[in-house]
Design a protein around this ligand. Sequence first.
Ligand SMILES: [Cu+2]
Length: 203
Amino acid sequence: MKKARVTLAVSLGLASILAAATMAAGVRQVSIEDRCDPATFNVAIGPGTCVDHDRGRITFPEFAAQLNPQDFGDDHWRFNFGRGKIDAGETLQAANSGGEFHTFTHVEAFGGGCLPQLNGPLGLTPVPECDATTEVAPGVIVPTAFLTSGVDPGTTRDVTGLAPGNYKFQCLIHPWMRTEVTCGRFFRLGRPRRSNLEPRTRT
Ligand SMILES: [Cu+2]
């Protein structure tokens, strides 16, 4: 009786250690970055547009000057995903370290965001992912993707369950914030091999 209880305690302990190790190993972070200057952004767009943050400061007039097809937006507004690859089963975690609300949205093809004020100067039209809308309060209608893929400053959003393949993610507010993610089955050690990109089949 006593021995059985000890065994149970040991195996429960081992299970939680294994679970913690699996979670830690299985998270790949994408950094969502901007350099909005709270003072000038909140005057130009509205209170709360840009909250305080630890990154540098770019004023709204400086930001707006880059909104043209040649500069294609200020590239300090970006997704930073150095590795570009995740293993199937791992979690892709978008972490917003900037001062503005962004979306981390899976799109079929890169294109415009949902806001005409930013699409217009860039010569873009909205991606189909902007089509679905939700009324969040009487008369207040927002793209549903803002609710399902939005990331507030200082918060994270997890994308899980990605099958092997290539995925495009973009911000539906600042459409030049884009990244491509390859999800595959890579060896933990050594260089990934091409054959590991293919789904495994049981034999
Ligand atoms: Cu954005």
